[in-house]
Design a protein around this ligand. Structure first.
Ligand SMILES: Cc1ncc(COP(=O)(O)O)c(C=O)c1O
Length: 463
């Protein structure tokens, strides 16, 4: 598994930047893996275009900052997952937490994906978007009674049980509604995805799921099976995010299947389903080298088949929940450059008109991003830059290290790729900055799918 340890990456930051960052031969070059399929730079003007629409038009029509979403890229990635995992007999649910709005709910419904939600709000987005309830999976380590009741009433396909107490509450709700609710038990398998600590969720010391090693997972199965209003259809494991190879999934699959075999031996039943969660990595910078979905799918299928055979189990029906790998690469954030400050001998600070309110991931996880001058071609030499926002916070960093042309200045447009996942969904209004619009672009036309917040929006809750 690849490691993206912030300390290691930034130890040598300074005039040369971190070790992996190479000074580009041409500062205007776009590295295709970082950008959506339909994003290109005009060879003469140097202006970035997405699906035939240029960023100057986007900025003047919709303002900045704005999330520019390449619709066919988003839907193409969703379909790639469906095809790759469908090809191995698995189901795919989009993890709505990465990015969700009514339009995306409509795309996912049309394109045949499932939807994973983890709060009442995400469930509401699905319900309002008329998403087929049977294709919804409801997660959450602390679901309220109201959330569980709404999920049961809506008829969601699966609820992933995360605690003993919740299981009893859910059984009671299902009982009162006269339904038998299908559930999965979330298992903490003790496999740690080697990403940033706060996005690695399957090691034991964390809030999600029932521990496999400690025996809680087996006990959760025992207790679920005793509740007649719950139908235990399988187990669920999610080991983390930004995973770049199949080893983590394989280790997790091996462990959950061993539990499945123990369940068969103890209860005489074979659970028909197994969900391995999400976590498929994407390229934020040139150091990231993601696998295509088909390679993940084939690796996972191979291990499920060989382990099922070894344990003499009928292979369960698999499912996965990619979020970042569908939404992330489809979108870049378009900013306008403001203050440019050179700190002699160290780096240049390039301030933009957004910041940690539209992309909190660098501040939260030390996440690495890249960026490019989007509004023109430059012949200037590259300089080491740090792109920062306008918030009253020294940690308000969007791109920690990038080479930008030395003539970058106020009024230029800057684009940060890979911001489709966990940026708008984690956006906030810190310092009373309105949240940016999401603009979908396709076939030469752009339209707003989430409008920009207004000043009135900022105060609509004040009493
Ligand atoms: C249960 C579950 N499934 C899927 C995902 C999506 O992960 P990613 O966006 O990295 O694919 C998450 C992310 O937190 C999760 O907790």
């Amino acid at each position: 598994m690849r490691t993206h340890e912030a300390g290691a990456l930034h130890a040598t930051a300074g005039r040369r930047g971190p070790e992996w960052l190479r000074e580009p031969a041409d500062v205007n070059a776009l590295v295709p893996i970082l950008w959506s399929e339909n994003t290109h730079r005009d060879g003469v003007s140097g202006i970035l275009t997405t699906a035939g629409v240029d960023v100057l038009d986007l900025a003047s029509e919709y303002g900045t900052p704005a999330y520019i979403l390449d619709e066919s890229d988003f839907r193409g990635r969703a379909r790639d997952f469906l095809q790759a995992f469908g090809g191995i007999g698995a189901d795919v649910a989009d993890a709505g937490k990465a990015f969700l709005c009514q339009e995306v709910v409509r795309w996912l419904a049309e394109d045949g994906l499932g939807l994973d939600v983890c709060t009442g709000g995400e469930l509401a987005a699905a319900i309002r978007g008329c998403f087929p309830a049977s294709r919804i999976t409801m997660h959450g380590n602390n679901k309220s009674t109201a959330e569980l009741a709404r999920a049961v009433e809506a008829g969601v396909g699966r609820i992933v049980v995360d605690s003993y107490e919740e299981m009893v509450r859910l059984a009671d709700i299902a009982d009162r509604h006269g339904v038998t609710q299908s559930v999965l038990v979330r298992v903490t398998v003790g496999v740690e995805a080697h990403t940033h600590e706060y996005i690695a969720t399957a090691h034991e010391d964390q809030k999600f799921g029932f521990s496999l090693a400690g025996g809680d997972a087996a006990e959760a199965v025992r207790r679920t099976l005793k509740l007649p209003s719950l139908r235990l259809t399988g187990l669920h494991s999610h080991i983390g995010s930004q995973i770049f190879d199949t080893q983590g999934f394989e280790a997790a699959a091996r462990r959950v299947l061993t539990l499945q075999a123990a369940i068969r031996d103890e209860h005489g039943i074979q659970l028909p389903e197994l969900c391995l969660g999400g976590g498929f990595g994407i390229a934020y910078t040139t150091q990231d080298d993601p696998l295509p979905p088909a390679e993940h799918a084939l690796g996972i299928r191979a291990i499920i088949d060989s382990e099922s055979e070894r344990l003499q189990l009928d292979p369960p029906r698999l499912s996965v929940e990619p979020g970042r790998a569908i939404a992330g690469p489809s979108t870049f954030t378009l900013y306008e450059v403001g203050t440019v400050k050179d700190v002699d001998g160290i780096r240049t600070y390039v301030s933009v008109d957004g910041g940690m309110s539209d992309n909190i991931r660098a501040a939260l996880y030390d996440a690495a991003y890249s960026c490019t001058l989007a509004s023109r071609r430059s012949e200037a030499a590259p300089i080491l830059a740090r792109v920062v926002g306008k918030h009253c916070e020294a940690g308000d960093i969007i791109v920690r290290d990038e080479f930008l042309p030395a003539d970058i200045s106020a009024g230029d447009l800057l684009a940060v790729p890979g911001t489709g996942a966990y940026c708008r969904s984690m956006a906030n209004t810190y310092n009373h900055l309105p949240r940016p619009a999401v603009v979908a672009v396709q076939d030469g036309a752009a339209r707003v799918i989430v409008r920009r917040e207004t000043e009135d929006d900022l105060f609509r809750l004040d009493v």
